[in-house]
Design a protein around this ligand. Structure first.
Ligand SMILES: CC(C)(COP(=O)(O)OP(=O)(O)OC[C@H]1O[C@@H](n2cnc3c(N)ncnc32)[C@H](O)[C@@H]1OP(=O)(O)O)[C@@H](O)C(=O)NCCC(=O)NCCS
Length: 183
């Protein structure tokens, strides 16, 4: 079953991205060195890279039960960031979230992630997971607030292309399971 392309929460809209979002994504967060510090994808240096992400997003939505979402403010319709699923197989997906700096500290990441966990059992997801850098306390806290359990530390596991120093770094692996019959 496909994930909804539009989700409303108390303060946010989560919606499938479209090509017209490129400029907002690039200027609001994907090109910002501070915002992208702990992300697993390279900071965008041109809007062309952002358009590449949007093509990837479309492919994901076609290929899998769901994909990335733009996070917007319900009050102002401003783009605040993005979140979404990265499906490995039909019932198992990674989750992620990124917000523009002026949107940090209001509980938006947890509110967006809770929306994803709420629909997960309805679309047949039985397992969500997320990796975060061992020093990224805010992200770990978001996952814990949303009911994710720390499975452990995966040593030398993930490249962080926006951090100084090459090589794979240790990550915290968080996960949440869903019983399809009793959500
Ligand atoms: C990480 C990020 C998504 C958090 O978004 P947010 O909307 O500010 O998160 P929330 O407000 O829902 O929750 C953050 C929690 O972390 C806590 N926190 C923030 N900084 C912290 C720190 N340095 N140490 C410990 N806890 C911290 C906050 O107090 C809050 O917990 P609380 O509600 O119990 O007080 C946001 O900072 C961001 O977009 N960062 C850049 C992108 C990124 O790194 N994404 C995650 C990649 S794994």
């Amino acid at each position: 079953m496909k994930a909804p392309e539009f989700i409303e929460t108390e303060r946010l809209i989560l919606r499938r991205p479209h090509l017209l979002d490129a400029e907002a994504i690039f200027t609001r967060y994907a090109g910002d060195p501070e915002v992208t510090r702990y992300l697993g994808w390279p900071r965008h240096k041109s809007i062309e890279q952002t358009r590449g992400f949007l093509a990837f997003s479309n492919d994901e939505w076609e290929r899998a039960p769901g994909g990335p979402y733009i996070i917007e403010s319900r009050e102002t319709n401003a783009v605040l960031g993005s979140t979404g699923f990265g499906f490995e197989v039909i019932d198992r997906a990674a989750v992620g979230y990124v917000l523009a700096k002026d949107a940090w500290g209001f509980g938006y990441a947890a509110e967006a992630l809770r929306a994803l966990t709420a629909i997960s059992p309805e679309i047949g997801v039985s397992y969500l997971f997320a990796y975060c850098h061992t020093e990224h306390k805010a992200s770990a806290r978001v996952l814990e607030k949303c009911g994710f359990i720390l499975e452990g530390i995966l040593p030398c596991h993930t490249e962080f292309p926006n951090l100084e120093g090459s090589g794979k770094k240790d990550v915290l692996c968080y996960s949440r399971e869903f019983n399809k019959e009793f959500p």
